[in-house]
Design a binder for this molecule. Structure first.
Ligand SMILES: Cc1cc2nc3c(=O)[nH]c(=O)nc-3n(C[C@H](O)[C@H](O)[C@H](O)COP(=O)(O)OP(=O)(O)OC[C@H]3O[C@@H](n4cnc5c(N)ncnc54)[C@H](O)[C@@H]3O)c2cc1C
Ligand SMILES: NC(=O)c1ccc[n+]([C@@H]2O[C@H](COP(=O)([O-])OP(=O)(O)OC[C@H]3O[C@@H](n4cnc5c(N)ncnc54)[C@H](O)[C@@H]3O)[C@@H](O)[C@H]2O)c1
Length: 442
């Protein structure tokens, strides 16, 4: 065999395991057809958070208008986009070098199967004892007439000029995060949803607060709308919905989710079972139905959120498994997720909705976080934390605030280490700080 382990894809679900595997003595190869580091690095998390940064800061400055700030700064999309290119454009090369320096044999091109232990890239064939499919997902496109006029998250992240009118279809992570950014940069934003609940994974009352705030800032929400078609006219792009809905705009982002990259890889040829919409099913060792073929990250058909830290966790799990350190089934910890709206929404572990369904098992407490003096410092006078306990133990938390990321990150430790109240009392945090404020409320 050419390799002990051969990865397809170089995203977070691949290189975080590939490098330590190689350093542990395995002969590791990795095939990538695009940018190294995959979606998160090049056209996902990193690019998005760079574009969000001034938005986050601007909100905080606005909250202190007349409380130390006399004049508001102005936002400049063009300069920000140049900055984004500065930050992001070199990362692919950096990731490729990390792989090479880590001893991983890098192969460039599109991989497809010849047999269960052989992949082809162009005319070359590569054999491996184990193959790991980390092929990720790409944006879904609505199947309606005129949807070729739509753009996707990748287009938004390289947008040179902010359109006057922007319409976003879908109100999941991408829809709500991009609506926040585009609105701050002066676009007249409309979000169109087929249902009535944006960001369904998050605590609904907190999501409602984000929606109310965006509405106040001028974002329009069109709920329960089924789009039928789109056409280009002299006035702009016109979207037609059921019941006579008609909406004119300059730029449409289809943010209706992501679908697995399964195409042109000859998965059927080797009998690999997969669902073109849901992805690749695996067992509790991340092995597919074909022995020796594994998968990690967004391509998986699993209930865990499709986010970078989960892909990294799975990649490291395979590292431990393939290097003989453990043969245990994968055991996911409490998983934290965040929507980078302003303010942020973040959550970890058992959700409030889940806890409400099982009151014998869980009890729910809402901590008074709003009146915390440290939040008044930034004149952040609304927000909330809801905690879920199982007996004496914290098992879930959800929050809305500018500091939601730090708050939930701190609670990950409390949940995972199964800390008791006494354990939490022993933690000495810096003061004043967000962590100090919310830990005292546990
Ligand atoms: C706009 C956006 C924002 C996001 N923001 C966040 C965030 O803030 N936080 C967070 O945690 N997550 C975020 N995510 C999700 C995160 O990007 C994904 O969970 C993560 O990228 C998954 O990594 P992966 O390795 O599974 O796949 P990917 O990153 O998708 O990598 C798959 C790689 O496989 C390659 N590939 C596919 N098929 C082949 C083939 N046949 N041959 C060779 N190469 C192939 C592709 O070129 C690609 O590079 C965001 C996603 C998007 C779209
Ligand atoms: N902060 C983060 O961690 C972050 C940020 C961005 C993206 N992501 C990842 O990327 C994935 C994709 O994000 P996304 O926002 O595109 O997907 P999503 O699944 O979060 O949201 C999709 C939205 O589109 C709507 N929708 C789906 N099909 C539709 C249809 N046929 N017609 C109308 N509306 C439809 C859904 O109701 C939902 O509102 C996320 O699930 C997440 O895994 C994560």
């Amino acid at each position: 065999m050419d390799f002990d382990v051969l990865f397809v894809g170089s995203g977070q679900g691949a290189y975080n395991g590939a490098i330590p595997m190689s350093q542990a003595g395995l002969n590791v190869g990795l095939i990538e057809e695009g940018l190294f580091g995959g979606v998160c690095t090049n056209r996902g998390c990193n690019a998005k958070i760079t574009l969000d940064r001034p938005v986050e800061l601007m909100r905080q400055v606005q909250a202190l208008s007349g409380r130390g700030f006399d004049q508001m700064p102005t936002l400049n999309w063009h300069d920000l986009m140049l900055h984004k290119h500065e930050v992001i454009d070199g990362l692919s090369y950096g990731n490729e070098q990390k792989l090479v320096n880590g001893g991983v044999h890098v192969i460039k091109g599109h991989a497809h199967f010849v047999d269960a232990h052989t992949l082809a890239v162009g005319d070359q064939q590569y054999t491996a004892d184990k193959i790991v499919l980390v092929t990720g997902r790409h944006p879904h496109r609505l199947d309606i007439p005129g949807s070729d006029l739509f753009h996707d998250s990748t287009d938004f992240l390289v947008l040179e000029e902010m359109p006057k009118r922007m319409t976003i279809i879908g109100a999941g992570y991408v829809g709500m995060e991009f609506a926040t950014i585009a609105n701050a940069f002066g676009s007249d934003v409309t979000v169109i949803l087929r249902g009535n609940q944006p960001l369904r994974e998050f605590h609904a009352p907190y999501v409602d607060m984000v929606v109310a705030d965006l509405r106040e800032r001028g974002v329009k929400f069109q709920f329960n709308e089924t789009l039928l078609n789109a056409e280009e006219t002299e006035e702009g792009i016109v979207l037609h919905g059921a019941n006579g809905y008609r909406h004119t705009t300059d730029y449409v982002i289809d943010a209706t989710g992501r679908i697995p990259n399964t195409q042109n890889m000859d998965w059927d040829k080797i009998g690999l079972q997969y669902d073109p919409v849901k992805g690749l099913p695996v067992n509790d060792h991340l092995e597919t139905n074909v022995p020796g073929i594994y998968a990690t990250g967004d391509i998986l058909d699993k209930s865990q959120p499709k986010i970078t830290p989960v892909a990294i966790f799975e990649s490291l799990y395979l590292y431990h498994q393939f290097t003989g350190q453990s043969d245990a089934a994968i055991d996911y910890p409490a998983i934290a997720t965040v929507a980078f709206t302003s303010p942020r929404l973040a959550t970890v572990g058992v959700s409030v909705a889940e806890a409400q369904k099982d009151p014998d098992r869980y009890h729910i407490e809402t901590a008074d976080y709003n009146h915390d003096w440290f939040r008044q410092v930034g004149n952040e006078n609304w927000g909330g934390v809801t905690l879920v306990f199982k007996g004496d133990y914290l098992v879930g938390a959800t929050t809305i605030s500018n500091d939601a990321v730090d708050t939930i990150n701190g609670l990950v430790d409390v949940i995972e280490a199964k800390m008791t109240h006494a354990d939490v009392e022993r933690l000495i945090y810096l003061f004043p700080s967000t962590a100090h404020s919310y830990m005292r409320k546990l």
